[in-house]
Design a protein around this ligand. Structure first.
Ligand SMILES: [Fe+2]
Length: 276
């Protein structure tokens, strides 16, 4: 590609401009090697404590901030929150959601998708339908092993963050604009060979950002891989979820030091047992 996607963490206008123009970017060295290692350790501890996740698979933790200490160490860093709030354009923010993903060697590529459920036409079936409806950067992700086409990580579809964007010739999306398909094939597409598909190259410690609508895919994995992400939203957006605050969320709120508790005002958590 003939444009720059790499920014220093203080270059807030460069970061915002890249997200607005290309739909993604990489912020260099937002966390230290020590924090990278401790996040990996936390993911091992909370996602795969008994080392039972089988080869060639992946496991998610959908409320990782409720367990992680390191994520809150970041929230406690004014520089980090200056970056995160500048992406939202509001300083009064709360924790929106968080996740960690562990993938084991041999896990195949995922399918191209957008996380955004704002165009959902049917009834709301899961937490994503309630939470992924807002125009905030979707990815605020640490790929703790880095990201590279030779080693796995994330690939994005450049420019796919706007509503006007159309899939490449020979491709289409479903009518809720979630998954990408090759014309005439009803299997969601997972290869990286169409125009606009960009494997993101990033180092451990870099923060990978992408916009709400940006299409992305996880590349095939050859090693034990760790990633985690945290999203914030303006407190002015209040979400009426049909589940009660979970025990895990309450424990996190109780555990947080007083000066960080305000980041949980408006946090909905996710009740994984909730069904419509
Ligand atoms: Fe995604």
């Amino acid at each position: 590609m003939d444009y720059n996607i790499y920014f220093d963490r203080n270059d807030l206008s460069g970061i915002r401009q890249a997200l607005a123009t290309y739909g993604y970017c990489v912020v260099r060295q937002v966390i230290t090697p020590d924090q990278v290692q401790r996040l990996k350790d936390e993911i091992d501890r909370f996602v795969d404590p008994d080392r039972t996740v089988p080869p060639a698979s992946g496991k998610y933790h959908l409320t990782f901030a409720e367990e992680s200490e390191v994520l809150w160490e970041l929230v406690d860093d004014p520089e980090y929150m200056k970056l995160r709030t500048s992406l939202i354009g509001d300083t009064e923010v709360c924790l929106h959601r968080s996740a960690a993903i562990l993938r084991t060697p041999g896990d195949p590529a995922g399918a191209w998708h957008s996380d955004h459920c704002g165009q959902r036409k049917g009834p709301k079936n899961n937490a994503n339908d309630f939470l992924n409806r807002y125009s905030m950067p979707s990815g605020g992700w640490f790929y703790l092993n880095g990201s590279h086409p030779d080693r796995s990580g994330i690939a994005v579809m450049e420019y796919s963050h706007t509503e006007e964007w159309q899939p490449p010739e020979g491709f289409h999306m479903d009518d809720e604009r979630r998954m990408l398909y090759r014309d005439g094939d009803d299997t969601p597409y997972s290869k990286l060979d169409a125009p606009g598909m960009v494997p993101v190259i990033a180092d451990p410690g870099d923060l990978i950002l992408f916009s709400a609508l940006t299409l992305h895919v996880n590349m095939e994995t050859k090693e034990r891989r760790y990633s985690c992400g945290m999203a914030f939203r303006p407190k002015s957006i209040q979400i009426d979820v049909p589940w009660k605050l979970t025990e895990g969320a309450q424990k996190m709120i109780d555990r947080l030091p007083a000066h960080l508790k305000h980041y949980t005002e408006g946090y909905t958590s996710i009740d994984l047992n909730w069904k419509p």
